[in-house]
Write a protein that binds this ligand. Structure first.
Ligand SMILES: NC(=O)c1ccc[n+]([C@@H]2O[C@H](COP(=O)([O-])OP(=O)(O)OC[C@H]3O[C@@H](n4cnc5c(N)ncnc54)[C@H](OP(=O)(O)O)[C@@H]3O)[C@@H](O)[C@H]2O)c1
Length: 362
């Protein structure tokens, strides 16, 4: 599938050696619209060949072209104008504004700017209209650059499952318990001695992020601010001995009653991007599995090429109205894939194009 340019748009990856950085490389390698031309990580990696700096952790080989690339310094000089960022929060706080100020579109995975009022926190299927917020960013006004973020990996599957329900019936209360994969903590992440045969009932700041981000994502755009969804929410976040895929048990109270058939129809008919032809967007964003013991991370995490949220076990809840289980791939839909589909949406809206063209002309 071609974009409106005759050639692919040049992109870079900040944090290219990490768990999410590697997913970016894997997902972008044969991307029809974007081509990786620049990789950066910390000063420890700068100047090295990628294959010497990164401990490749994915189950497909590192592309040879990438393996031979040299890691650049983490500065905007010489970087392309479209940057996928996969940095730890404290580093992102410092570096992402520098790239935005230098005129780059920074499509970020980190939590550093997600809750800043004029920074869009976006899932294209859920709240594409929130991208309007970039026009209120001073970087955008001064250099053309901006920051767009995608949510925490625990929030994304939940919000994809909630959006069609919220649209049709309203959601007033959300109670969720997560079972989150170890890859969500980056590499090397949780020590094997802490997680093997074990469950860790604490992930620092995760519950607060999940609650705040869910309500912002389901909120409404009002001029240049987001009014968060006025729902009550409680999240319990746990780390479990699973490699990839976050599983979440959800109970919800609705504003209007819904039957089981109506709930299933809301998920089945949820195709807000139909006809937009974004290459990474799944045709069926929320997939239903009917078997009573699904979804499971090992069996269902790769549905929609890892970009779908899989729901199952819908049944009445004794406390609220309905309960169900949702699963999503944390480093694909919950991280790199989320950012890539955000960039595809930006390009299709003409918000990436002027920036990329300016780079090509300089
Ligand atoms: N893993 C997930 O499922 C997931 C999901 C959603 C969001 N996220 C978020 O994505 C971000 C990255 O997560 P991750 O799991 O990929 O972490 P990670 O595996 O620890 O990777 C961190 C990356 O940041 C680089 N880095 C460290 N200091 C740097 C500096 N001063 N300048 C430039 N680069 C620097 C590292 O490079 P070196 O190799 O040179 O140290 C590495 O490439 C985090 O904010 C995380 O919260 C992760």
């Amino acid at each position: 599938m071609q974009n409106k340019h005759s050639s692919a748009i040049e992109v870079g990856i900040l944090g290219a050696t990490g768990m999410v950085g590697q997913r970016f490389i894997q997902l972008l390698e044969n991307h029809p619209w974007f081509r990786i031309v620049w990789l950066a990580a910390s000063y420890r990696s700068a100047g090295k060949r990628y294959e010497d700096a990164a401990k490749w952790r994915l189950d497909t080989p590192c592309p040879e072209r990438i393996a031979q690339m040299t890691i650049s310094p983490n500065t905007p000089e010489g970087a392309p104008r479209v940057i996928f960022a996969a940095l730890d929060t404290d580093i992102a706080l410092e570096l992402e504004p520098r790239f935005a100020a230098a005129g780059c579109a920074v499509v970020s995975n980190s939590s550093a700017f997600r809750m800043v009022p004029n920074v869009p926190l976006v899932i294209p299927e859920v709240n594409a209209d929130h991208l309007h917020l970039i026009e209120a960013q001073s970087w955008r006004q001064q250099s053309g650059g901006y920051i767009v973020t995608n949510p925490n990996c625990s929030a994304i599957g939940l919000v994809m499952a909630l959006k069609p329900i919220q649209e049709r019936f309203g959601v007033e209360q959300i109670f969720v318990t997560t079972m989150q994969a170890v890859s969500g903590a980056g590499y090397p992440g949780v020590a094997s001695m802490d997680i093997l045969g074990n469950v860790v009932p604490f992930i620092k700041n995760e519950e607060q992020k999940m609650e705040a981000e869910t309500l912002k994502l389901l909120g409404t755009l009002d001029a240049n601010t987001i009014r968060p969804l006025a729902a009550r929410m409680s999240a319990h976040c746990n780390r479990v001995a699973v490699e990839d895929g976050h599983t979440e048990c959800v109970s919800i109270k609705l504003s209007r009653p819904a039957t089981r058939e109506e709930m299933l129809a809301a998920w089945a008919e949820f195709k807000p991007l139909a006809g937009q032809h974004l290459p990474t967007a799944p045709a069926q964003p929320v997939e239903w599995v009917a078997q009573e013991d699904r979804p499971q991370p090992r069996l269902d995490k790769n549905r929609g090429n890892g970009m779908a949220a899989t729901v199952g076990r819908l049944r009445p809840c004794g406390l609220l109205d309905w309960k169900f289980t949702v699963l999503s791939h944390n480093t694909i839909r919950g991280a790199a894939g989320a950012a890539i589909v955000n960039a595809e949406l930006l390009l299709s809206l003409g918000k990436l194009e002027p920036i990329a063209l300016a780079a090509a002309q300089t």
